[in-house]
Design a protein around this ligand. Sequence first.
Ligand code: SF4
Ligand code: SF4
Ligand code: SF4
Length: 431
Amino acid sequence: LDLAFFIIKGSVEVYLNHLQRSAKIQKTGRSEISFLSSVDFELPASGGMQLGAGDFLGEIGAMNGWPQSVTARTATECVLLQIRVPALRKMKRRSEAFQQRLDKVYRERALLTQLKTTPLLRECEDKFISALAQRVELISCEPGEVITREEEPAEALYLVRAGFVKLTQRVGEGEVVVSYLSKGKTMGEIELLIEHIPGWTCTATSVEFSDLVKISRADLQTLLKRYPHTGKALMETAVARIKARGANKKNLRASEFLNTALEKGLVEGNSILVIDLDRCTRCDDCVRGCADTHEGRPRFVREGDKYQNLLIAKSCYHCHDPVCLVGCPTGAIHRARVGEVVEIIDDLCIGCKACANNCPYDAIVMHETGAIWPQDMLPEMLRGRAQLLASKCDLCYKTKHGPACVSNCPHGCAVRVGSLEEFQKMLSKTR
Ligand code: SF4
Ligand code: SF4
Ligand code: SF4
């Protein structure tokens, strides 16, 4: 879900998805308990927990774009405030108290699990991780924000918990992209573990809204002393990274690829439609397949940016951070309850174009419905105007066959990719 709830009145019970209604809910004897939301919580294995007035739910999953693992139902009559991700971010930016509160909840409910599942810390005892979780600093970055600067003193290890971070190095008068970090990746091991490295070897910049965990040098030293194998794992990562960065810096083509991937948003997408132009006969069966699945109106255009022999079609990427959701006045565009699909509910769309203007990849098209908005329409600016409807790819998630653009291509050259590695594999096939 791309929204969270604030409980104004009443209580909400959360429980693991695989558990049926908890005993407590059954005891209430309410015949109708409305479904609310799925949220991320650190729950006791035995059951659920109860939240009351003043509590938030769903904010961690919403802000991090994580799949939801538990379910929430009203246990009593409730009054809830629904808050969408852009509003949560604004509140976080404007209010230190709100940021602290979110961080506190995150530490209590999710950080422990996240640290435990980080490959680097997997072998550490729970007690050590719990103590570490209390001491680490939580950092939130805006798109384009510089996190560390090349050559400045390196004093901490960073773990990316959400978003993307671009690593660049100076070459002559310019700068090359040497790597990028996604969720679960760390930076700082080279600088903190290898002697005689005077400062940061790269400049790290947040590509989108990113959240990081900052582990101080002192905490890292304690960790390494107590768990020597951690040092070995970090050192291996450091060496592999030095090699990869060196190769990318020397190999301008690799650096150029990373740059393109960041510029074109390829790191952003969970599902990007890529067409191998070497094999594509321009028959348009992919477009027809899409149209046939969506009342005759295709949800993508077979054009877009090209990289070598690949066409990155103008079809929704189903982004990790869907900025198209920002500012939709009705909540029509939202993250569907299936995987990473971003969809539009036609009945809620008032055709204001906010989503189309916000999407950096031109993946939303506005259609005229042929109707005119009535004179009592709100907002007033729409009165008497032609009705528009926003339309975009929904990954064909309501069908059994999956993406029709892919299955309809007779030459197998339309593919949906979800990572740079998959994209690169297609490149190597076409070279
Ligand atoms: S519409 Fe645009 S911003 Fe929204 S998920 Fe699709 S590609 Fe990303
Ligand atoms: S055009 Fe429709 S979906 Fe897009 S922002 Fe406006 S109301 Fe929301
Ligand atoms: S996944 Fe479905 S909706 Fe999206 S472009 Fe392909 S055919 Fe169209």
